[in-house]
Write a protein of this length. Structure first.
Length: 463
């Protein structure tokens, strides 16, 4: 196993640098493709969220891999390598697995325990599979990370250790007031219709806002989000008896050209688009404040930012962005459930390493058994030449007997070598087995390629 991850996150870098280094989808694709083209890497995947950028690769050389991945991250992020390097972290082999599993469980999130990162890991794996850049190793790694994350959320109370980034942001806007009481009967404007914006809209509906307006550059996506909101959170007369008794929310979609007018009507604005420039300038917000009697709450969850940071100097504005959330979450209490999740992560890392080491020797064991089968066939054929008078029943019995002898001789050593190979430091047993039995390396490689093809074929449907 030679997994290498090079990345930066809110824990290692200032938010201002993360904002500059953010990667849109097309840049992620090019980064993965260029990583595969680099000499040290045979597999690659990129995990890019609002507060982290991480490049995963299967490499055959550690130092060359670190240098190449760091250079590629700098090139595609647009931040110079000299400026980026002090904020990069590097994890290798078991530490890389431990890191991704911790991320999947929400232990490394800005708000500990948030579950949205699972969807982002799923997206990273899907992109790797679509680009055929995630082979057997990264497929196994990301698939297992998803399972570990789900296990942590189902077996522990990690969800209680923190809230989603949206909920945490709304709590900061509410400034000590219960979010439900603060949000009641407010008008909300959601800018964007992606995963984070959809989560924000659903959260706003759940906490009791009266109206949600969705503005997005692609009208169809805004219309779809509004349709879902009206179906799931619409007025009470449209809801089932099993639903809670909240009065429901009225949702509608608007074009981005109507942003200024809707901004003037809104009480709370949540913005999370993929734009590389500002969506709301300080001047636009200042204009929307004219004639207002109530403060305007602004929550910017985008990276890079959607809302001009200068709005915090305007009177009548309550502004929260990713940087504010990072500072606020630094002092958030850690629940005892975190220790349980850390134990799960440690156990799962050990199990994953053992499984990978055991899988490494499997092609050698298969090649050994194939060689033994060839020997049996050859000897049976030679026996038939020497004893041509054997009838069909006798030949069959001789063949079964020889096969049983060979199987019994190979059973104990092959089972034991798999056990030994699964332990730390067990990688050399495959080499020893090949040397002892003089196995053809090309035969072992052919088994490995066939196994990889089978894994890829199955893995693409398991996300």
């Amino acid at each position: 196993m030679s997994i290498l991850v090079v990345g930066l996150s809110h824990r290692s870098a200032p938010v201002s640098l993360l904002e500059r280094a953010s990667l849109p989808t097309d840049s992620q694709i090019k980064l993965v493709q260029d990583t595969l083209a680099a000499e040290p890497a045979t597999e690659a995947a990129v995990l890019a969220t609002c507060n982290r950028i991480e490049l995963y690769a299967d490499v055959d050389k550690f130092h060359a891999g670190v240098a190449e991945l760091s250079t590629l991250l700098a090139r595609h992020s647009g931040v110079g390598l000299d400026e980026l390097t002090p904020y990069l972290y590097v994890h290798y082999e078991d530490r890389a697995v431990h890191h991704l599993f911790s991320v999947a469980c929400g232990l490394d999130s800005m708000v500990v325990g948030e579950g949205q990162v699972l969807g982002q890991i799923k997206d990273a794996l899907a992109l790797g599979q679509e680009l055929h850049s995630a082979g057997r190793l990264l497929n196994d790694l990301f698939q297992q990370a998803l399972r570990v994350g789900k296990r942590a959320h189902s077996e522990t109370g990690i969800d209680r250790a923190g809230q989603s980034l949206v909920t945490f942001g709304l709590e900061q806007l509410a400034a000590g007031t219960a979010v439900e009481a603060w949000a009641k009967d407010r008008r909300a404007l959601v800018i964007g219709a992606g995963s984070m914006s959809s989560l924000a809209a659903a959260t706003l509906a759940r906490v009791g806002v009266r109206e949600i307006v969705v503005a997005n550059r692609t009208p169809a996506r805004a219309d779809r989000l509004v349709e879902i909101l009206n179906q799931q959170h619409g007025p009470l007369r449209h809801r089932t008896a099993a639903a809670d008794a909240a009065p429901g929310v009225s949702a509608r979609a608007v074009d981005m050209s109507a942003l200024d007018a809707e901004l003037a009507r809104a009480d709370v604005v949540v913005s999370c688009t993929g734009s590389t420039g500002l969506v709301l300038t300080a001047d636009a917000v200042e204009t929307a404040l004219h004639g207002r009697r109530t403060p305007l709450a602004l929550l910017d969850l985008a990276m890079p930012r959607d809302i001009d940071a200068a709005v915090h100097r305007l009177g009548g504005v309550r502004f929260v962005d990713i940087e504010t959330l990072a500072e606020a979450s630094a002092d958030a209490p850690m629940a005892t459930d975190v220790d349980q999740v850390r134990t799960i992560v440690s156990d799962e890392v050990a199990a994953f390493g053992a499984a990978q080491r055991a899988a490494h020797i499997t092609p050698t064991v298969v090649a050994l058994r194939a060689m033994a089968a060839d020997v049996v066939s050859s000897e049976v054929a030679r026996l038939e030449g020497r004893l041509p008078d054997l009838d069909e029943k006798q030949r069959a019995e001789v063949t079964r007997t020889v096969r049983r002898v060979v199987d019994k001789l190979l059973h104990a050593p092959t089972v034991r070598v798999k056990q030994l190979a699964s332990e730390p430091g067990g990688a050399g047993y495959a080499d020893a087995l090949r040397e002892l039995f003089d196995l053809d390396p090309q035969t072992v490689a052919a088994v490995s390629r066939a196994d990889l093809n089978d894994t890829d074929g199955v893995g693409r449907g398991r996300v």
